[in-house]
Design a protein around this ligand. Structure first.
Ligand code: HXC
Ligand code: NAP
Length: 294
């Protein structure tokens, strides 16, 4: 029986922790929120769409028996982020973790983008992560909180770059740099900073914007992945919960890739040799050896 899509941590691993998940009303944010609740955390979910957040909160409270606070907050606006933090403290008395998960993205040739289109993605992903990180970080420093955890969701093209999603790649690279920089600078205040770089994990939000129409069938993501499958939400939630929990207390400044080997397959110089059939290798070896002996 496969284990990877099963809950991994022991019960109560996040007991009494208060975790804020931006973009927690849908997709991967919702999946991670669900598991945090199952592990005993109280979770604040935030995004622009309060109606959606309320529905998700109700659904997850019923499913897990946990407590969820839905808060409207556009991460692009610092004032709204400060108000979201204040509402979190008012409701739960503290915040222990921040999961910067909210994002905006769509595929487009870069020359087709208006300046505002480029800004919109940078503002949600990079400025939004900066706004939340700065507001929460200042708060934790001010109240001398003993420990806190920030987890940022990036993706593998944060370091490889990627054509056709240039604003997203630019912004995610900035988030990765922020993660590593603050992991050092704010460790003295008890804060840990880590990132997760997922490969393809099907969600409606991402798939509608990155693989619209029949692109889904034309570009089968599984074929790009050495393990020949896409990710399942629970396996990402397992990793996120571990990084949020005290079990990962010595992990700081790390980015963990969870992509079935996808980006390395694209990167390795001779990875295309996988296409060579097994029976051809005897002949190839003979050819190589014969050159050497001359
Ligand atoms: C070109 C576009 C466009 C498109 C919007 N714009 N869509 N330009 N091609 N397909 C332009 C608009 O014309 C406008 O510019 C500017 O972008 C802002 O658009 P708005 O619709 O006004 O913005 P807003 O309502 O804030 O919506 C933001 C959004 C939208 C990013 C455009 O898609 C959104 O709400 N996304 C949130 C969820 C999301 O994107 N999830 C996917 C994350 S997936 P002008 O000049 O006309 O004013 C992800 C995965 C990465 O990150 C890795 C996968 C492996
Ligand atoms: P998603 O469901 O579209 O999630 C994005 C979330 O961000 C939504 O809940 C959205 O809610 C919120 N959001 C967007 N703009 C916002 C704003 N201005 N302020 C506050 N919240 C905002 O897509 P997803 O696939 O789950 O993506 C989640 C994260 O995983 C993102 O960081 C994405 O880059 C990353 N990721 C995903 C994949 C994948 O394959 N799915 C791969 C790599 C990385 P509202 O619309 O209600 O505001």
């Amino acid at each position: 029986m496969q284990q990877y899509n099963k809950p991994m941590l022991k019960e109560d691993s996040l007991k009494d922790k208060v975790i804020v998940v931006t973009g927690g009303g849908s997709g991967l944010g919702k999946a991670m929120t669900t598991y945090f609740l199952e592990l005993g955390a109280k979770v604040v979910i935030t995004s622009r769409n309060l109606e959606k957040l309320k529905n998700t909160a109700k659904e997850l409270e019923e499913k897990t028996g946990g407590e969820v606070l839905p808060l409207q907050c556009d991460v692009r606006n610092y004032d709204e982020v400060e108000a979201m933090l204040a509402a979190t403290i008012k409701k739960f008395g503290k915040a222990d973790g921040l999961l910067n998960n909210a994002a905006g993205n769509f595929i487009s040739p870069t020359e087709r983008l208006s300046a505002n289109a480029f800004d919109t993605i940078i503002d949600i992903v990079l400025k939004g992560t900066k706004n939340c990180t700065l507001a929460f970080g200042k708060h934790w420093i001010k109240i001398k909180q003993e420990k806190a955890t920030v987890l940022n969701i990036v993706t593998t093209y944060a370091w490889t770059g990627s054509a056709y999603v240039v604003p997203s790649a630019t912004a995610k690279a900035g988030v990765l740099a922020m993660t590593r920089s603050l992991a050092v600078e704010w460790a003295k205040y008890g804060m840990r900073f880590n990132a997760i770089a997922p490969g393809p994990f099907p969600t409606k939000g991402a798939w509608d914007r990155l693989l619209p129409g029949n692109l889904k069938d034309e570009f089968d993501m599984k074929k790009k992945i050495p393990l020949r499958r896409v990710g399942e939400h629970q396996e990402l939630a397992n990793l996120a919960a571990y990084l949020m929990s005290d079990f990962s207390a010595y992990i700081n400044g790390e980015v963990i890739t969870i992509d079935g080997g996808e980006w390395l397959q694209g990167a390795g110089e001779f990875n295309m040799l996988q296409k060579i059939p097994e029976q051809m290798w005897d002949m190839l070896e003979m050819m190589i050896r014969s050159k050497k002996s001359k």
